[in-house]
Design a protein around this ligand. Structure first.
Ligand SMILES: *[C@@H]1O[C@H](CO)[C@@H](O)[C@H](O)[C@H]1NC(C)=O
Ligand SMILES: *[C@@H]1O[C@H](CO)[C@@H](O)[C@H](O)[C@H]1NC(C)=O
Ligand SMILES: *[C@@H]1O[C@H](CO)[C@@H](O)[C@H](O)[C@H]1NC(C)=O
Length: 253
């Protein structure tokens, strides 16, 4: 049974009836039997991905290729990020350009999916952009593959993206404080925004750790981005606004 086929089939399935399960967040319309089927597939993937005895073989995972410098360290985690990129505008004219002032995202542990179902990882990353924004303060796992919360992404300072993997008293996986070292435009064809409407996918990034990092984290790559880019000018924009995005974070130590 090929999970990728199932998910693709699900995307091709036409609207039939209003769904009831919150597993799919009412994003897709399935009849109740199909909905039950995909809910179970989702749960099976989640159990495989998050089972207490499963340790993903990260040596099987490779960073998506790009013009970013090649990674040097050991891959520790692959996370799907879901949140917002935050911008400000000096005024609302076409003469001003939006300034990125930060980002806030929940990070979901996709390490096992990356190691075992790599063909699902990109699909999941695009699919979750259509879901409503998860609350920062909940431990709820992320459908459609029941990915566990791994941590939180935010800006520690204006130039220091943070990846805080300390989520509960029992899950203290440390923190990577980083600075941008390199970036490259997202490939053409990347999802431009939620529901395929938006200003494009934010660039892929290479971030390296700075003082304050714990647990030996050395670098974080942001790749396979969907959405998040600002309009090219501030025309008609408010003083501050958020743009929803998703993406993959590869965290090295
Ligand atoms: C980014 O990385 C590429 C490939 O390693 C390199 O050629 C380029 O000079 C780097 N750019 C910056 C700004 O460091
Ligand atoms: C970004 O926007 C989010 C969502 O509105 C908000 O919670 C967060 O404080 C903002 N962060 C920054 C650095 O602007
Ligand atoms: C997101 O929503 C848009 C608009 O309904 C749809 O065309 C697109 O296929 C959806 N993307 C995914 C990955 O489900």
């Amino acid at each position: 049974m090929h999970f990728s086929g199932l998910i693709l089939a699900s995307l091709a399935t036409g609207a039939v009836a209003a769904p009831t399960s919150n597993v799919f967040n009412d994003v897709y319309n399935f009849d109740s039997n199909l909905e039950e089927f995909y809910s179970r597939v989702s749960a099976h993937i989640g159990r495989y991905a998050n089972g207490p005895s499963s340790t993903p073989d990260m040596s099987k995972v490779s960073l998506p290729s790009s013009s970013l410098p090649a990674p040097t360290g050991t891959l520790k985690y692959v996370a799907v990020g879901r949140g917002t990129q935050n911008y400000t505008c000096a005024d609302s004219t076409a003469d001003a350009v939006p300034t990125l002032i930060g980002a806030v995202a929940n990070l979901y542990d996709a390490s096992c999916v990356a190691a075992n179902f790599p063909d699902l990882l990109d699909l999941i990353t695009d699919i979750v952009l259509n879901y409503s924004l998860p609350s920062a303060n909940v431990q709820t796992s992320m459908p459609p593959a029941n990915l566990d919360l791994l941590g939180h992404h935010y800006f520690e300072t204006a130039t220091e993206p943070a990846f805080n993997l300390n989520t509960t008293p029992d899950k203290q996986l440390g923190i990577a404080l980083t600075a941008k070292r390199n970036s490259t435009a997202a490939p053409s064809g990347s999802v431009p925004g939620q529901f395929n409407v938006g200003y494009g996918a934010v660039p892929w990034l290479y971030l390296t750790s700075v003082t304050g990092t714990t647990d030996g984290y050395t670098a974080v790559y942001r790749v396979k981005t969907a959405g998040g880019a600002a309009p090219s000018t501030c025309a008609g924009q408010p003083a501050a606004f958020q743009v929803q995005y998703s993406g993959q974070y590869f965290i090295y130590a």
